[in-house]
Design a binder for this molecule. Structure first.
Ligand code: G3P
Length: 217
């Protein structure tokens, strides 16, 4: 499973990239606002830092304007995935961008039927929001299972990009189901490294090694 970071914070992206485990980045208008930096400046910087796909989200609601925005975003770098909303206008734009060979991430997906439409529109990625689904009393991970089943039934190559990830269990479940990508906050990715038995085990080895008086280097 690929790991994307869901942030527009270049410091976090650099830290995650230094692990060698980062496969891409997703942003959205709220994350751009949080970063407090000019849109094109920050997206260009992220796209230069990370080798994998970097999602840049359009903001228009009509197909014509959204397409112009998408084309402009795609000019930033070769690894830009244009993000469009899961609306009729968004899917028209998805189809038009894909016809030009531009990667598209279809966002704000909350049902398996929506995901089916996105795959038919040729989306490179579909972004179901599991955390926001959980927030309103549904099981976000059931949505991922349904999408996996439907995509496998028809051999769609649209990648399932689990979004709105809030905690390590979302990431574990995504991997169990066979999602292609999980996009997560840096805080959630960092938690994956930790286990109290690893910390305690290391402390024990440190103590015993110190008592031997040996040195490796
Ligand atoms: O980028 C889309 C998504 O990951 C948003 O997450 O936490 O705002 O629901 P969240």
């Amino acid at each position: 499973m690929k790991f994307f970071l869901d942030t527009a914070d270049i410091t976090e992206i650099r830290e995650a990239n230094a692990t060698g485990l980062l496969d891409g980045v997703t942003t959205n208008p709220s994350l751009i606002k949080k970063a407090g930096r000019e849109f094109f400046e920050v997206i260009s910087e992220i796209a230069a830092e990370v080798d994998g796909p970097v999602s840049a989200e359009t903001v228009a609601h009509d197909h014509e304007t959204m397409l112009l925005e998408g084309l402009k975003c795609a000019e930033i770098a070769k690894n830009i995935a244009v993000k469009v909303p899961l609306t009729m206008e968004g899917l028209k734009t998805c189809k038009a961008l894909r016809a030009r060979g531009i990667m598209v991430n279809v966002t704000l997906c909350f049902s398996a039927n929506q995901a089916l439409l996105a795959a038919k529109a040729g989306a490179s990625f579909i972004s179901p929001f599991v955390g926001r689904h959980d927030d309103v009393g549904f099981d976000g991970m059931e949505l991922i299972e349904d999408i996996r089943l439907i995509y496998d039934n028809y051999g769609f190559d649209t990648e399932i990009l689990v979004a709105s990830v809030r905690h390590p269990t979302h990431i574990l479940e995504s991997a169990r189901i066979g999602a292609d990508v999980a996009t997560m906050p840096w805080s959630a990715m960092q938690k994956l490294f930790n286990h109290p038995l690893t910390t305690n085990g290391l402390a024990g080895f440190d103590k015993d090694w110190a008592a031997t008086g040996f040195s490796i280097l």
